[in-house]
Every structure is written in structure tokens, then in C-alpha cells.
Design a protein around this ligand. Structure first.
Ligand SMILES: Nc1ncnc2c1ncn2[C@@H]1O[C@H](COP(=O)(O)OP(=O)(O)OP(=O)(O)O)[C@@H](O)[C@H]1O
Length: 299
């Protein structure tokens, strides 16, 4: 595996708050990784540690085998962080030029404009731009050094649906060329749709790390729905493989520990059952189960 970055045993305390508690992960080049977790889980702190904006109390950060500072200075790593500072009196065009001038092999201007979608307002002062437009300018600035690793903290928070879609299309193209992306998000659908791998944090710890399907599978069980004429809850709960049953009129909803056994038993005991549908738990169920004592429900 060619490594993009490695976090080993990271600990960060703020007074009595343990913001990050022994976080470890290794991300290979070409991976697109989503960092998920409820408010206060430690996502931003982990990102700040990766970027070298804060130093860990314990543990190590390696980016392309060196320090975060070296990776940022060479343009190999770039970031888009929440409310990243932009000079109000400069135009996006000037900002892009300023950032390009810092790197030996910057991305061509036209490519930056196209990827970040800033062409329409590149000549206007940043102080006059909307929140969504400013977010695109941050995207443009992050692309200036033609980075191999992009680190994004809630990149689409200020974007409307269309802008969000074009942002991810651009990210997909970026990652398609073998580059690495780590993004923190509250949108589970973004993780599901765009990440190869999901790292789920809770109270400073990594509680799940793997491909989306694997994280989903941490929540075992499937839901079986069917029309079952004359069914009663007691009889359905007693079927093999059923953990719990709910009945409304002829509609039955069974939570199954083993849906294969349940479907056989259902058809044996209730041959008139129809419109049978079995669904796996989604990422949302996994998120809720794995972050059970968290306060916030994800969007
Ligand atoms: N500069 C700081 N000073 C004191 N406490 C901090 C500081 N930064 C973060 N914390 C605390 O550390 C914990 C982790 O915060 P962090 O911002 O990393 O979480 P997060 O997962 O990014 O949350 P959100 O989804 O709300 O952005 C929280 O309890 C937070 O209050």
C-alpha cells in the first residue's frame, strides 16, 4: 500500500475535555474517506491535528512520510476548513493567483476556475460574495497547488443542492486521478454516495472504520415487511429468526436476526403472505446504533 497519511495514537485534551482519545488510522493514496460523528465527536480536532494546526498531546501524524507542515508547504496536502479565512478586499481571481504563486507547479488557472465553479464571480470582491460562493472560493484556493491530498471539513455545509452536486462531481474527478480525499460531514448520504471508506467517531474515539457496507453490517439484522392476512403479533414474533414483530391490520413488519430463516418460516406458517420486502439496515441505523448515547440525530 502506498500511504497518504498515518495517524498513530493521537490524544488531544482541552483542559478536562478529551477531544481526541488514541485515534489511529492509515489512509492509502487514492482513498476517499468520510469522517462521521455527532457534534463534539472530535472530527474537527482530528482534522486540525492532521493539518498540523494544533499539536497532539500524544501520538504522531505522518503525511506522505513527513510532517504535516512539509506536506502543506510543498502543496501536496491542501485543506478546505469551515469558515476558512479569506481576505474581503481581494477578488477570487487575485486570491487564486496569490496561492498559485506559492507553489512550484500550480494547477492552471482555467482548470481551477472550472473545477471550483468560480468563473462567474472571479472578479468580484470576496466581501460581496454569498456564503456558498465563498465556499467555492475556498475550494479554488485549496486546488491552487495541485494537491495529492485534500482535507475537507464539512465542505458542502453552505452549498445549495445544485452546488453540492457539482462539488461532488468535481471531487469524484479529483479522486478518479488517484488522489486522496478526507472529508468530515454530517450528511450521511454524502458518505454513502462518495466515500470508499467511513470512519465513525464518538466521544473522541473511532468506533467503526471500513467500507460503507461493512460499517452498515455492524448493525446486524434486516427488516422484513409483508402483507399477512389474519396475522397476529404473537404468532409472528414466534417465527424463527424474528427479534420483534409489529402488525397494523394486514401489514406486518418483522425485525429479523436471521431473515433467511424467517422468510422460510413465514411462508410455511402463512402461505398467503404477499408483497414481501426485505431491507438491510442503512448507514443511518448504523450511525444511530454506534453513537447511541450521542445527543444529536444526523441529517
Ligand atoms: N479550542 C478548544 N477549546 C476547548 N475545547 C475544545 C476546543 N476545540 C474543541 N473542543 C472540544 O473538543 C471536543 C471535540 O470537538 P470537535 O470540534 O473536534 O468535534 P466535531 O466532531 O468536529 O464536532 P462538530 O460536528 O460539532 O463540528 C468537543 O467537546 C469540543 O467542545
Amino acid at each position: 500500500m502506498t500511504e497518504a497519511f498515518r495517524l498513530s495514537g493521537l490524544v488531544k485534551r482541552y483542559g478536562a475535555v478529551l477531544a481526541v482519545d488514541r485515534v489511529a488510522m492509515t489512509v492509502a493514496r487514492g482513498e476517499v474517506v468520510a469522517l462521521l460523528g455527532p457534534n463534539g465527536a472530535g472530527k474537527s480536532t482530528t482534522i486540525d491535528l492532521l493539518l498540523g494546526l494544533i499539536t497532539p498531546d500524544e501520538g504522531q501524524v505522518q503525511v506522505f512520510g513527513g510532517s504535516p507542515r512539509a506536506a502543506l508547504d510543498s502543496g501536496r496536502m491542501a485543506a478546505m476548513v469551515q469558515n476558512g479565512f479569506l481576505l474581503r478586499d481581494l477578488t477570487p481571481a487575485e486570491l487564486v493567483e496569490l496561492h498559485r504563486s506559492m507553489f512550484a507547479e500550480p494547477l492552471p488557472v482555467a482548470e481551477i476556475y472550472a473545477r471550483a465553479g468560480i468563473g462567474d464571480f472571479a472578479g468580484r470582491r470576496c466581501g460581496k460574495l454569498s456564503g456558498g460562493q465563498l465556499q467555492r472560493v475556498r475550494h479554488a484556493v485549496a486546488l491552487a497547488g495541485d494537491p495529492e491530498l485534500l482535507v475537507l471539513d464539512e465542505p458542502t455545509a453552505a452549498l445549495d443542492v445544485d452546488a453540492r452536486r457539482s462539488f461532488w462531481a468535481s471531487m469524484r474527478e479529483f479522486a478518479g486521478s488517484g488522489r486522496t480525499v478526507l472529508f468530515a460531514t454530517h450528511y450521511l448520504t454524502e458518505a454513502e454516495d462518495y466515500a470508499d471508506r467511513v470512519v465513525l467517531m464518538r466521544q473522541g474515539n473511532v468506533v467503526a472504520d471500513g467500507p460503507v457496507a461493512q460499517v452498515r453490517a455492524k448493525v446486524t439484522g434486516r427488516t422484513l415487511r409483508a402483507i399477512v392476512p389474519g396475522a397476529d403479533e404473537w404468532a409472528l414474533s414466534a417465527l424463527e429468526g424474528v427479534a420483534s414483530a409489529r402488525v397494523q391490520g394486514d401489514r406486518a413488519e418483522l425485525t429479523c436476526a436471521d431473515s433467511d430463516r424467517t422468510i422460510r418460516a413465514l411462508l410455511r406458517e402463512f402461505p398467503a403472505a404477499s408483497a414481501i420486502e426485505i431491507t438491510a439496515a442503512g448507514l443511518e441505523e448504523a450511525f444511530l446504533a454506534l453513537t447511541a448515547d450521542a445527543q444529536e440525530v444526523p441529517r
